[in-house]
Design a protein around this ligand. Structure first.
Ligand SMILES: [Zn+2]
Length: 130
């Protein structure tokens, strides 16, 4: 990747030394917080023990319950207003409203959980390197 300005280089992580926010962004993207090239996960959220590109060891890093908690927190803030809105106004049949709420919840979890896990792995990695 070609980087032009110094600020763009820092933001896009072209420099060798990543910033804290750059490391967190790499985690959200699901790539190695150290090099930004290797994948953090195989399959959905199965964590690699080490980076395939730079060899960084992730075997001691466990995000535990934090990613599911963050995912539930965000998903709840998306789904609950939807449920309240459906309860106030009868827009659709109840079965369709239920299907919409379940669909929004499933898509939300599918999109947020791997990013939340990558974020916490990157944050833990950043703390261990300081
Ligand atoms: Zn790496």
């Amino acid at each position: 990747m070609q980087c032009y300005s110094a600020s763009l280089r820092r933001f896009l992580m072209c420099d060798d030394a990543p910033t804290k926010w750059g490391v967190l962004w790499r985690g959200i993207k699901g790539v190695c917080p150290n090099c930004g090239r290797g994948r953090l996960f195989s399959r959905f959220i199965t964590q690699h023990e080490m980076c395939s590109e730079c060899g960084e060891d992730f075997s001691d890093i466990r995000a535990d319950d934090a990613p599911p908690w963050l995912t539930i927190f965000i998903t709840g803030h998306l789904v609950v207003p939807l449920i309240v809105e459906f309860a106030r106004h009868d827009v659709f049949a109840q079965s369709i409203e239920t299907a919409i709420v379940i669909g929004v919840a499933l898509v939300s979890v599918y999109l947020i959980l791997p990013r939340a896990k990558g974020l916490f792995i990157a944050a833990i990695w950043w703390q261990s390197k300081r």
